[in-house]
Design a protein around this ligand. Structure first.
Ligand code: CTP
Ligand code: ZN
Length: 153
């Protein structure tokens, strides 16, 4: 069965496609709609994909992603494709790529890192160390973090 038979199209908003299977709930949390939303939200999990075997899809009506949400999704779903939909048509398709500078996006796992000090109130800052698989490095303490194990803020 094709995914279109299971997942209806949206009129206007954002479709995040090619999310690794099982990651849709994390995407919903990043979008800030895990506790309910007023817009239409369509979630499909474990649908067939030629590229990934199985994938998840999240569709949100009337929401355009800001840069911070876009970056967070790039980390947990590096193969995701973001489609902007207007009047039922895909008007923009954007692949996520290794984000080169990530400010305040993920937590540094090193407890001695200056960004872990509550009094300093410093934003974390990561750079891309390697693309596939994605590995990020803390600018301050140089701790490396595999993207699939990163704690998203
Ligand atoms: N989509 C949607 N509502 C629309 C138009 C498209 O929900 N009005 C969804 C499609 O179901 C698909 C995604 O947006 O999941 C991208 O649409 P499209 O580019 O038409 O599909 P593909 O060519 O299969 O995309 P890709 O090559 O990125 O897999
Ligand atoms: Zn650090």
């Amino acid at each position: 069965m094709s995914e279109d038979l299971k997942v209806s199209k949206i009129k206007r908003g954002t479709v995040i496609d090619h999310i690794p299977a099982g990651m849709a709930p994390t995407v919903l949390r990043i979008l800030g709609i895990s506790d309910g939303a007023s817009n239409v939200v369509v979630v499909a999990m474990n649908v067939k994909s030629s590229k990934l075997g199985q994938k998840d899809i999240v569709k949100v009506e009337n929401q355009i992603l800001d840069e911070q949400k876009f970056q967070k999704i790039s980390i947990i779903a590096p193969q995701a494709i973001i489609n902007i939909i207007d009047n039922y048509q895909v008007v923009e398709k954007r692949g996520v790529s290794c984000p080169h500078e990530l400010e305040g996006i993920l937590k540094c796992p090193n407890r001695n890192c200056i960004t872990a000090d509550r009094l300093e109130k410093m934003l974390t800052y990561f750079v891309c160390e390697k693309e596939e698989p994605l590995i990020l490095r803390c600018h301050y303490c140089e701790t490396s973090v595999a993207a699939d194990r990163a704690e998203i803020l």
